[in-house]
Design a protein around this ligand. Structure first.
Ligand code: FES
Length: 118
């Protein structure tokens, strides 16, 4: 189901915009003109990618240990081999809104891992 998230003209190139959409943490960004939405949690150790990560040349870099993931399909780049990021469908409405589709059900532990205490 698509949710209205942000006006498209507010998403600047390489923006790191964090939202909660239907209970899901979502990063919305733009890379060389193209809008993208991916989960705002690194698949390595669950760091938030926005606002402190960076977008460059089609990939988002995690601020914690520097893993890079392709915005197009979430694939982890380089040798790290972490699980891909979840990618959300995104569309731009005629009146200029970015809409993002997230699953109906709230994210489970496989999407929002937490570190054990102690
Ligand atoms: S938490 Fe993102 S690279 Fe380690």
């Amino acid at each position: 189901m698509f949710h209205k998230v942000v006006k498209a003209d507010e998403v600047e190139d390489r923006a790191m915009m964090a939202f909660i959409v239907g209970g899901w943490p979502v990063l919305v960004t733009r890379d060389e003109g193209t809008l993208h939405a991916v989960i705002n949690r690194c698949s390595h150790a669950a760091a938030q990618l926005a606002p402190d990560g960076r977008v460059r040349r089609g990939a988002v870099m995690c601020p914690l240990h520097g893993a890079r993931f392709k915005l197009e399909n979430g694939e982890c780049m380089g040798a790290a081999g972490y699980k891909p990021l979840k990618v959300f469908d995104l569309r731009e409405t005629e009146d200029g809104w970015v809409e993002v589709a997230v699953p109906e059900e709230a994210p489970g532990a496989e999407h929002l891992p937490v570190k054990p205490l102690g």
